[in-house]
Design a protein around this ligand. Structure first.
Ligand code: ASP
Length: 458
């Protein structure tokens, strides 16, 4: 049965088994500190498989973003159009993030979460510093592109790739061969994504079993109102606000969008990282939804860095919750500051696990809430991080399709085909004809007789 199941089916089954097993290990006490299961299974086997899986995704991010974006810019071909797509994408990203946080503040205030609550926590929170906004802007142009790539500085990589793309366009016709080669490299990297995706069921299982085995139920119970409002706001924003925006601005089918997004969101949920999910998001919007690479190669990595609707929602809910617990009254100016700060903070921080808390400390500092308050919600942040990352990547993909549709850069037949992009799976075999052809090329020498001449001369 497992063999005949489609990849999405396998990933969903793996996710459910991982969650159930993790909860069982947790609830039964088998995962107690120092126990065999804790040492060798959850922190041993599962941790290793999970890490290998996340690493294999991260491994592809920088090469994929660089190459696909150069190809994307060459594909657009018109620098003015590039500017228009960039501006439009930026505006929609900011707008949806502001809507997200406004929803969270509205629902948080409506339910008065944290009012009259008296919770104590031993957890302390050391605010790691977020990059100052000025640095974020000045570092967009990397002084050393190789080190930007080594550090995964997404905005710098995006800038560098766009500059290469524009320069290739300026060279024009003679660069045709180069563009064709880059497009081939892009296809090769996307094949690597396909191979890694086939390992997803095992990776997702291990990551979720480990995460669930470490949840603290007592903490969850004591923070139930915070979690419920946060999860409700996340669901409302993604399923209602974003879907209305998608329908209104693109007219595309919501059901198709949601079903094709399922896989991407499971990846985001289990890795807690929009950045690590970039290869899957990019592959899904281009191969499964028909978005042209010229748009997606820019909007997806850009969104993973600057667009974090789920994270903004967490900040709104957490602000209300902590303010109420400490009995601090926030006025309209503070709320507006929270919205502005969250939107700005999301620009400067990358989509990696736990970064939302760093951004939250910036927001708290700005409106005068005690940073130690973050210690109160720290214990449940792991699971909330998973959920908000799924919303973050959902927003990136929704805006990508909206922008692509509005620019006529979308293949609607592909979008509406439920099986688009599902056939391309890696089962450990390589097409025999391909293999034969390549071994012939290698044996004859890549350049054929020319090489033979060189050989003879030496
Ligand atoms: N983990 C989130 C992401 O990668 C960011 C966060 O909220 O911590 O999108």
């Amino acid at each position: 049965m497992w063999k005949n199941m489609g990849l999405t089916g396998k990933i969903i089954v793996a996710m459910v088994i991982g969650i159930v097993l993790g909860l069982f290990l947790n609830y039964s006490g088998l995962n107690g500190e120092g126990s065999f299961v804790n040492t060798y299974i959850t922190n041993g086997l599962f941790a290793i498989i999970g890490k290998l899986f996340v690493n294999s995704l991260k491994m592809l991010v920088v090469p994929l973003v660089l190459i696909s974006l150069i190809c994307g810019v060459c594909g657009i071909g018109d620098i003015r159009l590039l500017g228009r797509i960039g501006t439009k994408t930026f505006m929609v990203y900011m707008l949806t993030t502001a809507l997200a946080i406004a929803t969270a503040i509205g629902l948080g205030a409506l339910f008065g979460i944290g009012k009259g609550m008296n919770i104590e926590s031993e957890a302390t929170f050391e605010a790691a510093s977020a990059p100052p906004l000025l640095d974020v802007f000045s570092n967009i142009i990397p002084s050393n592109p190789i080190s930007a790539m080594a550090n995964g500085d997404m905005l710098s990589i995006i800038f560098f790739a766009i500059l290469i793309g524009i320069s290739i366009l300026m060279v024009g016709k003679p660069a045709k061969g180069l563009v064709q080669s880059l497009e081939l490299i892009n296809e090769v990297i996307l094949k690597m994504v396909t191979i890694i995706m086939n390992l997803a069921p095992y990776g997702v299982f291990a990551l979720l079993a480990k995460a669930m085995s470490e949840l603290g139920f007592e903490l969850i119970l004591s923070l139930l109102s915070y979690m419920a409002v946060l999860v409700g706001s996340l669901a409302f924003h993604f399923f209602v606000t974003m879907m209305i925006i998608l329908k209104l601005f693109s007219g595309l089918s919501i059901r198709t969008f949601l079903s094709k997004m399922r896989e991407v969101q499971i990846f985001a949920f289990s890795t807690s990282s929009s950045n690590a999910t970039i290869p899957i998001t990019l592959r899904t919007v281009t191969k499964r939804m028909g978005v042209n690479n010229s748009v997606a190669s820019f909007t997806v990595p850009f969104g993973a860095t600057i667009n974090m609707d789920g994270t903004a929602i967490m900040q709104g809910t957490a602000t209300i919750f902590i303010a109420n617990i400490y009995g601090i009254d926030l006025g309209i100016t503070e709320y507006l500051t929270v919205i502005l700060m969250s939107v700005l903070a999301s620009i400067g921080t990358a989509g990696v696990p736990g970064v939302g808390l760093i951004m939250l400390s910036m927001v708290f500092a700005q409106v005068g809430l005690p940073i130690e308050g973050i210690g109160l919600i720290l214990g449940v942040d792991r699971i909330l991080d998973m959920l908000r990352t799924a919303v973050n990547v959902g927003g990136d993909a929704a805006v990508t399709t909206i922008v692509a549709k509005s620019e006529g850069k979308m293949d609607l037949a592909l979008y509406n085909d439920p099986n688009a992009g599902t056939k391309d799976v890696f089962d450990g075999h390589i097409d025999e004809e391909n293999e034969r052809e390549f071994s012939k090329v290698m044996n004859d020498g890549i350049m054929g007789s020319e090489y033979d001449d060189v050989d003879r001369r030496h």
